[in-house]
Write a protein that binds this ligand. Structure first.
Ligand code: KG4
Ligand code: ZN
Length: 340
């Protein structure tokens, strides 16, 4: 018997709903991006995001159901992101999900947004040999997570200051490139030379699996100021390439070190920054040198979407891990901590 799950995701600036069968087959994955709305502010404005989610959420759910060709009766469960994220934004999706689960009398499954990003890797494959080392890099997280089996997460390292995506966004803003910065830097860096601007890499104390990107970001800001004060032209492509290389070097080094240390034969990339071309390529290469398999989701499933939420929910469904209808949004929700 196959299991059909509706997923809802509204934790930040994408309103998304998806229908996924058996955690594998994406019947629909509707993503209404608010990027243009927030672009003029140079970042996500929480109140604006909540209001837009409210406007869109029902339409997006209906569209996802129609595109998938399913009715309420075909659904086995309703899953929704309940944290981490912007509280007002989370509440919109969560209220819609709870109302729907109650209305159609199907179980509600609460999904951690980061868990969703991780499970984007399972949307096209079922068999991965555990333990798996996952590098979660998004706008809010830079985590190294050891996954021993489905639903079991051990945090090995995290950022002590800026997340990788946050550093990309802040550097892009300072360079006048726009928002969101990651894809813009990724594109521009292809035309630049990564060896031109000296950018420090923070490896921290010996053996540490934590990250720190604020010094890397500040080095770019200082370089911009110095160059402008001297009245010289900034070569943005070279600067983008040098910055990106500095971030990727540390991410790849620590991910491979952690995988070796914990005997993980697979490294999974997850989160918005997993869309980065250099990161994908370099991690693949360094992982393969150590006989480690490297997987990453297709580009569209790296950034926020509801298919990844419905996929994570499928494994929770199999465990009977359902949430009560009193489930609340938890903006600071940690991975692996169940707090209904
Ligand atoms: O996972 P996500 O969509 O939202 C969060 O949960 O944060 O990640 C968004 C982040 C942004 O910081 C964005 O700049 C970054 O992912 N990003 C990228 C790329 N595409 C998105 N960073 C580097 N290279 C990319 N190609
Ligand atoms: Zn995300």
């Amino acid at each position: 018997m196959s299991i059909t799950i509706l997923g809802i995701e509204t934790s930040c600036d994408e309103t998304s709903a998806a229908v996924v069968v058996d955690g594998l087959e994406i019947k629909s994955n509707i993503i209404a991006s608010q990027v243009e709305l927030h672009q003029k502010f140079g970042g996500v404005v929480p109140e604006v995001a909540s209001r837009k989610h409210l406007e869109l959420v029902n339409h997006v759910i209906i569209e996802a159901m129609e595109k998938a060709g399913v009715t309420n009766n075909d659904l086995d469960a309703v899953s929704v992101t309940y944290g981490p994220g912007l509280v007002g934004a989370l509440l919109v999706g969560l209220s819609a999900g709870k109302a729907m689960a109650y209305g159609i009398d199907k179980p509600l499954i609460g999904v951690n947004h980061i868990e969703g990003h991780i499970y984007a890797n399972f949307l096209d494959k079922r068999q991965l040999e555990f333990p798996v080392l996952c590098l979660v890099v998004s706008g809010g997280h830079s985590d190294l997570v050891l996954i021993e089996h489905h639903g079991s997460y051990k945090l090995l390292g995290r950022t002590r200051d800026d997340a990788a995506g946050e550093a990309f966004d802040k550097v892009a803003r300072a360079m006048g490139l726009g928002y969101p910065g990651g894809p813009l830097i990724d594109r521009l860096a292809k035309e630049g030379d990564a060896g031109t601007v000296q950018i420090p890499r923070a490896y921290l104390e010996e053996g540490s699996l934590d990250f720190s990107f604020s010094g890397t970001k500040t080095a770019v800001l200082n370089y911009l100021n110095r160059t402008r004060q001297k009245g010289e032209e900034v070569n943005k492509a070279d600067l983008a390439a040098s910055f990106q290389q500095a971030v990727v070097d540390v991410l790849v080094d620590k991910a491979v070190t952690a995988a070796c240390k914990y005997n993980a034969r697979t490294i999974m990339l997850a989160g918005g920054v997993a869309a980065n071309g250099l990161l994908r390529q370099q991690l693949q290469q360094k992982g393969n040198e150590k006989d480690i398999q490297v997987t990453y989701p297709p580009q569209v499933l790296c950034t926020d979407n509801a298919a990844m939420i419905a996929c994570a929910a499928y494994y929770k469904y199999l465990r009977g891990d359902f949430a009560p209808l009193t489930l609340n949004a938890n903006p600071g929700l940690k991975l692996g901590v169940k707090k209904y």
